[in-house]
Ligand binder design. Structure first.
Ligand code: SIN
Length: 299
């Protein structure tokens, strides 16, 4: 494995000029904690605008000690866009726009237990997700995020030139298709293998973030098996390297959950990973996902 030497992670500094909320950086690469806001309340436009700015600056923002109903969770998410209903995982009966990420003590497979972005295989992948911790294990069950801007910017100019105009295939097939593991056997996630998951979408590998204007490479674990007009075997060395680069420790942060915590991430510029290290305990999270836009490449 080649490790690039002598490169420094440039921290996400962002703006400190907030009037309505307090924003405190959480880790060197990405993440900030927002204080001074109760997500159960109807927030004014200025507060929502500051939360959005903090999200764009820090890529994942955390709120502690929240107490929201499902309606309040949905109402907060709707302030940032229309909501996404997962095409492969059934939402809650009464709230189809909320996925209950539930792991029971006897479950062996967890949801999100590999580096990925949420449903990046959609033609218009999500802007972000808002994950609310309802019940957490005594230890374990942390979530990690990775900063895709830093991963791209850290590549050598030669490597960037090589990948800048590639097109990558995104598909749910490997996770939700007929050859995937049957979720219902070893997990509480409501999904079953289906033919309908065998579709493919083309996205520019290097996309320009619609709000920050920064570049990043848009790989997403098992959702990105190959490049356009290439086989999986031919694509694997580059995709494996990009996944390795994206998730190198200096580009990540890790959150230790307490019940009542909320994480809101920019799904256009991050990957995340839910650790499955709490067997024998229950973990229940509610996830609401906000629709995004068609990714735009460098042109
Ligand atoms: C997910 O991938 O959305 C789930 C993350 C988590 O449960 O920590």
């Amino acid at each position: 494995m080649t490790v690039l030497i002598g490169r420094k992670v440039s921290p996400q500094l962002g703006s400190t000029d907030y009037q309505r909320i307090t924003v405190t950086r959480y880790a060197g690469a990405l993440g900030a904690v927002i204080d001074g806001v109760d997500l159960a309340q109807e927030l004014d436009d200025a507060t929502i605008a500051e939360i959005r700015r903090a999200l764009i600056d820090h890529l994942v923002v955390f709120f502690r000690g929240q107490d929201m109903t499902c309606e309040q969770h949905l109402a907060f998410a709707r302030r940032f866009g229309t909501l996404n209903q997962h095409d492969q995982v059934k939402g809650m009966d009464a709230y189809p726009d909320i996925i209950e990420v539930r792991q029971e003590p006897s479950d062996t497979r967890n949801f999100g237990g590999a580096w990925h972005g949420d449903v990046t295989y959609l033609p218009e992948p999500p802007l972000g997700s808002i994950l609310y911790a309802k019940e957490v294990p005594p230890v374990g069950g942390d979530t990690l995020w990775a900063n895709l801007y830093l991963a791209y910017e850290d590549l050598s100019p030669g490597y960037r030139a090589m990948i800048d105009r590639l097109t990558v295939i995104h598909t749910p097939a490997l996770i939700y298709g007929t050859k995937s593991m049957d979720w219902s056997k070893d997990s509480s996630v409501k999904s079953a293998p289906t033919e309908a998951a065998h579709y493919e979408v083309e996205h520019p590998l290097v996309r320009v973030h619609p709000e920050s204007g920064r570049r990043l490479f848009y790989v997403s674990g098992a959702y990105t098996p190959r490049f356009k007009d290439m086989t999986e075997e031919e694509s694997a060395p580059l995709i494996d390297y990009l996944m390795y680069q994206a998730t190198r420790e200096p580009f990540t942060c890790r959150w230790r959950w307490q019940a009542g915590d909320v994480a809101f991430w920019d799904n256009r510029a991050t990957l995340h990973y839910a650790l499955n290290d709490y067997h024998g305990h229950r973990r229940v999270m509610h996830r609401v996902t906000i629709n995004g836009e068609r990714p735009v490449g460098i042109g």
